[in-house]
Write a protein that binds this ligand. Structure first.
Ligand code: A2P
Length: 338
């Protein structure tokens, strides 16, 4: 492909901005950059290494001439607009949940199942940020020993809920931060919590996402279904719990995994040392979300043998949900295409 013309859709959002940064950092060989968002942002000028680019209103923009479109403006916008981009010749790399489970749409974690990207009808889906982070470790281990069962608990940062998620945590931290007595003894007031169900500052929400069916959230179902699709094994038993924590950026996952045959920690460490995009940290200086923010690799530590059901391993993995969890992976998929 000659240097592609690239569009970032949702360019003013938390992930969209990171997409622009990553295209710049990686010196992505694009011949033209177009930026799109809602009518609210139309006309705003963004300085990029390819010059100043005016944001276009997605609903009236003409997608003709775009080769690769990176979508991160929510599932509704993807459902409404992605196909019209494809019809005019673009390949859409979609960060939303709109198409991830469609059988004809590949769901790609760069470095784990790159081969899947080639077989597309114009849309390639970027996995959910929590699933992506976990797959960076689970994928290589699965390829080594065959993943059979996994119990996964996520500790998800507020940026997973976009700019409003970060603004809400910041605002509540300032308000509640002045009320130390109330935080210790009670008596705090529940102000604006949107986009979360309950206050997130100085707190932990035992539920990330939206409730579905029998009490699971959509985020938990993503962990189940997307893991199986990415690892190409429908029989993997996944027990998910998704939790929101007062962290700006960086999703952590604590997981226990069992394989077709026993895997010991030493083997797991060896596999993860060789895994692309994974950095092993020591248990003396454990890897935290703060360490992951702004970093490309996913950080892993606390690799230990399972106790209750021996033969498996437990580990901790944490990654920047805006980068490998979203924008970086989308750009890496684009790199696979060129
Ligand atoms: P805008 O900033 O103009 O609202 P985040 O998840 O960080 O909040 O970002 C969401 C992104 O999706 C933003 O770029 C936002 O643009 C964009 N977006 C939201 N609603 C629409 C819409 N109706 N049409 C186009 N873009 C939208």
């Amino acid at each position: 492909m000659p240097d592609p013309r690239v569009a970032v859709v949702g360019a003013t959002g938390a992930v969209g901005r990171t997409m622009i940064e990553i295209l710049e950092e990686r010196d992505f060989p694009l011949s033209e950059l177009r930026l799109m968002a809602s009518a609210r942002s139309a006309g705003r000028v963004v300085a990029t290494r390819w010059g100043d680019v005016a944001v276009e209103d997605l609903s009236s923009a003409d997608p003709s001439g775009i080769d690769i479109a990176l979508f991160s403006a929510g599932a509704g916008r993807s459902r409404e607009f992605a196909q019209s981009f494809v019809d005019r010749g673009a390949i859409v790399i979609d960060n939303s949940s709109a198409f991830r489970m469609a059988p004809e749409v590949p769901l790609v974690v760069a470095g784990v199942n790159d081969h899947a990207a080639a077989d597309n009808d114009g849309i390639i889906a970027n996995p959910n940020c929590t699933t992506m982070t976990l797959m960076m470790a689970a994928g290589p281990l699965h390829h080594h020993a065959g993943l059979a069962r996994m119990v996964a608990m996520s500790y998800q940062s507020v940026s997973g809920a976009g700019m409003t998620g970060m603004d809400t945590l910041w605002q509540q931290t300032v308000e509640l931060g002045n009320r130390r007595e109330a935080l210790v003894q009670g008596g705090w007031e529940e102000g604006e919590t949107d986009p979360f169900q309950r206050p997130i500052a100085f707190n932990v929400l035992p539920m990330a996402g939206t409730l579905t069916d029998a009490g699971h959230t959509d985020e938990e179902w993503k962990l189940v279904n997307e893991s199986r699709k990415i690892l190409e094994r429908d029989s993997i038993e996944v027990e998910p719990t998704c939790v929101r924590v007062p962290v700006m950026v960086g999703h952590g996952i604590s997981a226990s995994m069992w394989f077709d045959s026993a895997v010991d920690p030493e083997t797991a460490r060896r596999v993860l040392t060789d895994a692309p995009g994974v950095e092993l940290w020591s248990d003396e200086r454990v890897a935290t979300p703060l360490d992951s923010a702004g970093q490309d690799p996913v950080l892993a530590c606390r690799i230990r043998p399972t106790i209750g059901v021996p033969g498996g391993i437990s580990l901790w993995v944490v990654g920047d949900n805006l980068r490998k969890g979203a924008a970086l992976n989308a750009v890496e998929i684009a790199e696979l295409l060129i």
